[in-house]
Design a protein around this ligand. Structure first.
Ligand SMILES: [Zn+2]
Length: 107
């Protein structure tokens, strides 16, 4: 093998090694980016879940407050299916809404 051919081979090998190192570095960067994305997604969904849970709890406590208030004012404490007010009063065997006049089942 001529000497210059061997030198050329050396150069090719070091080029390949350099390429391989770049590729491995790029791969590591990509893996990091993917890991960061995964964390972001996790945080987002946790936050969304927490927001939804607290909104649900708020709605529940508002409904409970309104029900307690309705009971204190002499209403049955049930919610009207028509107008969603807690203003149902006893009407025979049924309940009647004091706000809109709807009845619970029997008309
Ligand atoms: Zn009503």
């Amino acid at each position: 093998m001529p000497a210059n051919a061997a030198r050329k081979l050396d150069a090719d090998v070091s080029e390949i090694t350099a390429f391989r190192r770049d590729y491995e570095e790029r791969q590591a960067e990509l893996a990091e980016e993917i890991a960061i994305d995964a964390v972001d997604t996790e945080l987002f969904s946790d936050k969304a879940a927490a927001d939804a849970a607290s909104a649900k709890a708020d709605a529940k406590s508002v409904a409970a407050d309104r029900r307690a208030q309705a009971l204190a004012q002499g209403y049955t404490g049930n919610m009207c299916g028509e107008c969603q007010n807690f203003t149902m009063v006893r009407n025979g065997t049924c309940e009647k809404c004091n706000t809109c006049g709807a009845t619970s089942g029997c008309s």
